[in-house]
Design a protein around this ligand. Structure first.
Ligand SMILES: *Cc1c(COP(=O)(O)O)cnc(C)c1O
Length: 387
């Protein structure tokens, strides 16, 4: 594949320095081979079951359903090891790296969730693990930094640019160019140059495959809508993929921050432009916008190229959900169902509520509960006075 070949309509591609082309070709070949290899498949399936905790349940949220006026089902990725869907991908890529004889994993992280999931797999597979993280995020996410170090990963503070996630990605890409023979860059979402978007999709698509079977068992049919939050877009693609050829509507909820018409948001699909970033052609947030949402896990200026295509062809609809809407949904799920969702996930819940009260009234809606909210207690405690 060259710059000109795009996996997803006019989006995707591989915009990287010459030194990386060969390594990405090898990675793509190794991946194509591994997914056909029964031994690799078996090892991955057994780790997904015994290490990560799959399959995850599909829970019929009866109180929410009654309140919202639609049948709401929650795919419980929050119950996985590490508390989010991230482990589906880090296990898949970690095994692939070990298979290819790599001795070292590197990754970037913003909120620290992907770094933590990479550190887990690095420890379990006995691979050296280094995590790049913006200085600003290291300070904000002390607990996850400590977790990563506890599992033996080295956390490298990135002090360039805005000291955030996008700068950590740049630093990790430079590391990869230097150490390409020994190192696998474990990309955290359906982003970056080919083959990462399709590779991460493959590893996350277990979410939708399970959900599709589970909803048929429970309702004898398919859902009317699937809803997920979108940072890079991996949990959303993971849910959507199995329903791609079905008459099922897809909705992605982006980090709207203070509102998509403001200068602080994280909504490249709802309010961005076409550009090349981090090796791919996709939708990107304008330069004059400060990439921000209440959930650090959605604070990425780009988005997976397949979502850019879905938006263009109208296969999925993307909406910017504001911080306040997400916080209200965070609180409502906690109270109504006794499940505290991640703030990222709360964006999906807030949008599901809007749909249930609007065009999907009385319908069956599957929401991907991408993660649990333990990591967000400090933020929540600042917002809500519960005394
Ligand atoms: C990282 C994260 C996200 C955002 O990543 P995607 O690739 O868009 O899925 C969403 N929810 C949770 C709980 C996360 O940890």
């Amino acid at each position: 594949m060259s710059d000109g070949d795009h996996e997803f309509g006019s989006y995707g591609g591989r915009y990287v320095p010459e030194d990386l082309q060969e390594a990405l070709d090898q990675l793509a070949a190794g991946f194509d081979q591994a997914v056909e290899d029964p031994e690799y498949r078996q090892r991955l399936d057994s780790l997904l079951r015994d290490y990560a905790g799959r399959p995850t349940p599909l829970y019929h949220a009866e109180t929410l359903s009654e309140r919202w006026g639609a049948d709401v089902y929650l795919k419980r990725e929050d119950l996985l090891h590490g508390g989010a869907h991230k482990i589906n991908n880090t296990l898949g890529q970690g095994l692939l790296a070990a298979h290819a004889g790599k001795t070292r994993l590197i990754a970037e992280t913003g909120a620290g969730q992907h770094g933590t999931a990479t550190a887990m797999v690095g420890a379990m597979l006995g691979l050296d693990t280094e995590i790049y993280m913006g200085k600003k995020d290291v300070e904000r996410q002390k607990m996850n930094v400590f977790r990563m170090r506890l599992m033996g990963a080295q956390v490298n503070e990135v002090t360039r640019g805005g000291e955030g996630l996008a700068d950590a990605v740049d630093a990790a890409l430079e590391d990869l160019v230097e150490n390409v023979d020994s190192t696998h860059y474990l990309v955290g979402s359906v982003v970056g140059p080919d083959p990462f978007p399709r590779m991460v999709r493959e590893f996350q698509s277990v979410i939708g495959e399970e959900a599709r079977e589970q909803i048929q068992e429970k309702t004898d049919g398919l859902p009317d809508a699937c809803v997920a939050c979108v940072g890079g877009g991996s949990n959303a693609i993971g849910l959507f993929h199995a329903f791609r050829d079905d008459d099922v509507a897809f909705y992605g909820a982006e980090g709207g921050g203070e509102g998509a018409d403001s200068t602080r948001h994280a909504a490249p699909l709802a309010a961005g432009e076409d550009e090349v970033i981090h090796g791919m052609h996709t939708r990107v947030i304008d330069d004059d916008v400060d990439v921000h949402s209440v959930s650090a896990g959605l604070d990425y200026p780009g988005v997976g190229p397949e979502h850019a295509m879905f938006r263009e062809i109208g296969r999925a609809e993307y909406t910017a959900v504001t911080d306040d809407e997400a916080l209200a949904a965070f609180r409502e799920l906690s109270e109504a169902e006794g499940i505290i969702p991640a703030l990222e996930t709360s964006h999906a819940l807030a949008h599901a509520k809007q749909l249930a009260e609007g065009e999907h009234s009385r319908d069956t809606i599957v929401v991907n509960l991408s993660g649990r909210g333990d990591k967000d207690m400090d933020t929540a405690a600042e917002k809500f006075d519960l005394s």
